[in-house]
Write a protein that binds this ligand. Structure first.
Ligand code: FE
Ligand code: CA
Length: 521
């Protein structure tokens, strides 16, 4: 496959112009306390003529006592603008119960939302018991939402004997059906980790079409793009079934951007306006415990702890990145030049790198799982004589990668890196110096296949540190236990078929104390 990532995507990209951040107030959706009391008068009852819960419900960022519950009111999701909602504040009631029939409600309340937040709702429901399944639902305008199911994490230092995690990435709507999400429903997971490219800004209608089509650049456009993705019933069902931990990658804004640099000739001002719009719309549609973005700068890197068994850290590898190297000599987005290894440049940025080093330092977990969008172990996509690297991944930032790998090496839990972005599945050794297999193996990188996005080759002959590679679609499941992690690559037959089957492509195991993974017979 000779096509480059950037050239392929550029072919489908629209023009970048007329950037504008739509009006959005600084008012945020207000939440009641866990006790359900509100500090101001309730609004007159709103009667809607159509079901506003078309985008479904979701939960995310679980703790031992809390979980974020999400919905967005959108009676007419494909019409743009406020998606059929009046330009007015709305009170939304919510309930959390231990049973699906809601006979045992454990907490409830009223959340106020408004048009400045696209009538999205983020409730941080608290007072919950650890390691417990809960059901939740919303009511507004005379309608009741679908019922969602979620789960809290283990608390304190308790070490659960088993945590089952699904890992997904890269779900280009136009290039395939979300059969991966339908099959995830049968996996009996505690949690789904999403490593980004949840939406694509480009419109690539190979298998199916987006409504509305096009390439969004403003807040209204990005809101409509999320609504178009959430039109998919399998995606909505997976959100309703499992709590998610969501990190973004590049396509939540624009292909392969780094900081304020795009790849389609955008000015820095264009990029900042687009970032502000895209980040705001991302927050409006994700079940995340993140402060509502109001401009182009928003810190969403964060971590959660599952008792003493595992910590999961999520890293933002686009917003703070310096301009990639070799722009004058690289062929499309791969290449090499002396400046790549010669010049220091930031990837996580100093603030996030220092946060990461401090976050993973405590020896209070067995495993430090690191949700890391782009490949760390390195991919030489050229030849041994003339290497070529994807310059907007960690390969373009070897000095920053050295700092990152040092943080992995000194992490309190045994580190395992979970990666997305590449559109291929992989098990690889992360060497102290990636590309030099004579240096020590620090840990293992597990890269999850794309849900639907067009795959890219992962050449084995130029990458001896890669032990397993697949260019098929699907997802990864992790069985995390105190003594080992078992990683299963679940691969789809054909994403052009909505009812396509899934099979296990490979199973690998990381034993406690072993840096490298081994195949399970
Ligand atoms: Fe992708
Ligand atoms: Ca990506």
């Amino acid at each position: 496959m000779a096509i480059s990532r950037r050239a392929f995507l550029a072919a489908s990209a629209g023009t970048i112009g007329g950037l504008a951040l739509g009006a959005c107030g600084v008012d945020e959706p207000r939440q009641t306390s866990a006790a359900g009391t509100t500090s101001r008068p309730t609004l007159p009852p709103l009667k809607l003529s159509a079901d506003p819960f078309t985008l479904g419900v979701a939960s995310g960022d679980p703790l031992a006592s809390n979980v974020v519950l999400w919905t967005r009111l959108a009676p007419a999701p494909t019409t743009g603008g406020l998606a059929g909602m009046p330009d007015a504040p709305v009170d939304v009631t919510w309930q959390v119960a231990t049973d699906e029939a809601f006979t045992s409600v454990v907490t409830s309340g009223t959340a106020r939302t408004e048009s400045g937040a696209a009538h999205s709702v983020h409730v941080d429901a608290g007072g919950l018991a650890p390691s417990t399944d809960y059901y939740y639902r919303f009511t507004a305008g005379g309608f009741t939402s679908p019922v969602g199911r979620t789960r809290t994490f283990a608390g304190g230092d308790s070490v659960p004997d088993h945590l089952r995690v699904g890992v997904v990435t890269c779900q280009d709507f136009g290039t395939g059906y979300y059969a991966a999400y339908r099959h995830l429903l049968d996996e009996d997971l505690h949690l789904v980790v999403h490593l980004g490219d949840y939406i694509y800004e480009h419109d690539l209608p190979i298998v199916r079409s987006l409504t509305p089509p096009g390439t969004p650049t403003d807040l209204d456009g990005f809101r409509s793009r999320y609504a178009a993705y959430k039109a998919d019933a399998d995606l909505r069902a997976a959100h309703a079934r499992y709590p998610f931990l969501v990190m973004w990658d590049d396509h939540e804004v624009t292909n392969n951007y780094a900081g304020n640099t795009g790849t389609f000739g955008q000015t820095a001002d264009d990029m900042r306006e687009m970032r502000a719009a895209a980040y705001r719309a991302w927050w409006e549609h994700m079940p995340v415990r993140v402060a509502p973005p109001t401009d182009a700068d928003v810190d969403i890197y964060r971590s959660v702890k599952i008792g003493g068994l595992a910590r999961i850290s999520l890293l933002d590898e686009r917003q703070y990145a310096d301009v990639p190297p070799c722009r004058d000599s690289a062929v499309s987005d791969t290449g090499d030049c002396p400046a790549r290894a010669g010049n220091d440049r930031e990837y996580l940025g100093p603030k996030q790198q220092s946060w990461f080093a401090q976050t993973v330092a405590p020896k209070d977990v067995v495993w430090d799982l690191v949700g890391n969008p782009t490949v760390v172990a390195g991919v030489n996509a050229g030849t041994l004589a003339a290497p070529a690297y994807y310059l907007e991944t960690w390969d373009g930032y070897p000095q920053a990668r050295r700092r990152f790998i040092e943080s992995l090496r000194t992490a309190g839990g045994q580190p395992v890196v979970l990666t997305g972005d590449y559109h291929a599945g992989m098990v690889a050794d992360i060497h102290e110096t990636p590309g030099d297999t004579s240096t020590a193996v620090v840990t293992t990188e597990l890269m999850t296949p794309a849900v639907t996005s067009v795959p890219f080759p992962l050449p084995r002959e130029t990458n001896p540190h890669i032990h397993y590679a697949t260019e098929r679609h699907g997802y990864l499941t992790l069985d995390v236990e105190p003594t080992q992690i078992t990683a299963t690559f679940r691969l789809l037959d054909d994403i052009a078929k909505p009812d396509t089957a899934i099979t296990t492509g490979a199973t690998w195991r990381i034993a406690k104390g072993a840096a490298s993974a081994t195949p399970v017979a």
